[in-house]
Design a protein around this ligand. Structure first.
Ligand SMILES: NC(=O)c1ccc[n+]([C@@H]2O[C@H](COP(=O)([O-])OP(=O)(O)OC[C@H]3O[C@@H](n4cnc5c(N)ncnc54)[C@H](OP(=O)(O)O)[C@@H]3O)[C@@H](O)[C@H]2O)c1
Length: 261
């Protein structure tokens, strides 16, 4: 996959594991200067070191993007280093509880919305003035198949991810005249640590084995496949680049065909 983003400044959130790490790798290898964040410092330092060995220009910043002042610090550090932000990838998301509705605490609901929706709003709000000042940009929000297709026992997550689609559409409408595009990627079940945790939660709630949950997830796909993090990163590269210059307000699925709408 060779999309060239030479010299572009990209900010990726939620990068201490999973899809976020792959996003950083792929954007850095496309020639972009990449700033990225998570709450835990050690994985950020390790990713920085890995990519520095390849000669990439990357910077990891410890920040909790549910906190407005930490988002301001993250954007400030990125601007100090690079002077602009061309691409924002709102990747942070938390699974939230796997629980029946009546067992879900208000605090769990609020935390799930903060981690999946408010975090994207706060980063968007902080980056929009920067993009306007520099003549435009591209924002990619990472939503989920669960914003479109229900997943029992994940009510807060499903509501938050549907919210991400609403945020995407209205931001696209509002910011289009300033040449800022806003799109959303809806991944399906992505192979990795997070999915293992989710499958364990589903198995325990449903009284079945993790292997049975995995078979069910794969069985929904016409391709009988799980998605890989790199599949999501490839689409993000496309949406960040001028190859998609007339796409905005879209929610694009990478679900191995599980949802088609
Ligand atoms: N995996 C899937 O099957 C799947 C499917 C559909 C959609 N998605 C979406 O894709 C995105 C990435 O998922 P993933 O599977 O890679 O998740 P993951 O493995 O759980 O990674 C999430 C990352 O976000 C960071 N993070 C969480 N809360 C944060 C906060 N408040 N501030 C800063 N960083 C924070 C975590 O690091 P720290 O703990 O160090 O902060 C971690 O690096 C999420 O939006 C998720 O909802 C995933």
């Amino acid at each position: 996959m060779s999309i060239n983003l030479d010299g572009k400044v990209v900010l990726v959130t939620g990068t201490s594991r999973g899809i976020g790490q792959e996003l950083v790798r792929q954007f850095a290898r496309s020639g972009a200067k990449v700033a990225f964040c998570a709450r835990r410092p050690e994985p950020l330092r390790a990713l920085e070191a890995e990519l520095a060995r390849e000669g990439r220009e990357v910077m990891g910043v410890v920040a909790d993007v549910t906190q407005p002042e930490e988002v301001a610090g993250l954007v400030g550090k990125t601007l100090e280093r690079h002077g602009r932000i061309d691409v924002l990838i709102n990747n942070v998301g938390i699974a939230g509880p796997t629980k029946a509705i009546e067992d879900t605490e208000l605090s769990e609901w609020n935390d799930t919305l903060a981690g999946n929706l408010t975090s994207s709003f706060l980063c968007l709000r902080a980056v929009v003035p920067v993009m306007k000042k520099h003549g435009g940009g591209s924002v990619v929000n990472i939503g989920s198949i669960t914003g479109k297709r229900p997943l029992t026992y994940r009510v807060g997550y499903a509501a938050a991810k549907m919210g991400v689609i609403g945020l995407t559409r209205t931001a696209a409408e509002e910011l289009g005249p300033q040449n800022i595009r806003v799109n959303c990627i809806c991944p399906g079940a992505v192979d990795g640590e997070r999915l293992e945790e989710i499958m364990a939660g589903q198995a325990s709630q449903r009284g079945i084995t993790v292997e049975e949950v995995k078979q069910a997830f794969q069985g929904f796909s016409p391709l009988r496949a799980l998605v890989q993090a790199e599949d999501v990163a490839h689409l993000a590269l496309f949406l960040a680049s001028d190859l998609s210059r007339h796409m905005t307000g879209q929610d694009v699925n990478v679900t191995a065909g599980i949802v088609m709408y």
